[in-house]
Design a protein around this ligand. Sequence first.
Ligand code: GTP
Ligand code: MG
Length: 260
Amino acid sequence: MPLHYHPSKTDKNLPVKTMYRVALAGNPNTGKSTLFNALTGLRQHTGNWPGKTVLHAEGTYDFNGKTFKLIDLPGTYSLYSNSADEEVARDCIVFEQPDVTVVVLDATAMERNMNLALQVLEITDQVILCVNLMDEARKKGIWIDTRKLSAKLGVPVIPTTARNHDGLQRLQRTIEEMVEGKIPTHPYRVHYGEEIEKRIAEMEPDIRAIFDAQLPSRWIALRLLDGDQNLVDALKNRLNRDGEEKGSHGTDQPLYPIEA
Ligand SMILES: Nc1nc2c(ncn2[C@@H]2O[C@H](COP(=O)(O)OP(=O)(O)OP(=O)(O)O)[C@@H](O)[C@H]2O)c(=O)[nH]1
Ligand SMILES: [Mg+2]
């Protein structure tokens, strides 16, 4: 088999990867599993997320000679560690870092759905927004300017009606182009005001120094400022695990102090 090369932010010559991982995130009931089934056909299976009781599904599809592993995440309204479902989605997007995260949105409820989309845009620049249920939106007289949305948010926005398989080829093509590094993205980042931005800027270098530099330091800083204890625990576990893997006895290095 020929050696494949995959462009990456850090090393353009990393040997890769014959299988690309694509996560499907989104609010409950936006059609993620419908999309998952349409793309994977009969090959999907369900299994336990390592260490979790919450079920998620994984399946594969081939496109243009490449194999893609789809991860159907549980529906969530945020990635704030409020529930086991949110933890599963967060752990996948933040720690496992799929090659692409597709956020599936309900075209009839864009405002509500945008909350999660903006959170994912804060975590990774490998994002595609899939505006699903376009048939329902049409019925309700809702018109969505996906080009304008894409220009504003800095990532591809693909309209679909997963139930009828509409738009799925375009979605697959966009996923493929993204894993090939052919789509430059500039994800919209919420500006939180001077004071918070100053704190983020102070914290980010420390976060990058303590943790794997690939982790989303801005997002982690925001969660730490918000006092996300569950995320702190997850980060500590990672530090300990990494320490053990390196043959030490882990680390008691304190995490960034959290404001009460
Ligand atoms: N009209 C219409 N219905 C759709 C479309 N896509 C999915 N649905 C329906 O929407 C409902 C929810 O779809 P699911 O695929 O289960 O949604 P989900 O995002 O996986 O939901 P959770 O797993 O709860 O997060 C089902 O009844 C689907 O048949 C679509 O494009 N158009
Ligand atoms: Mg589902």
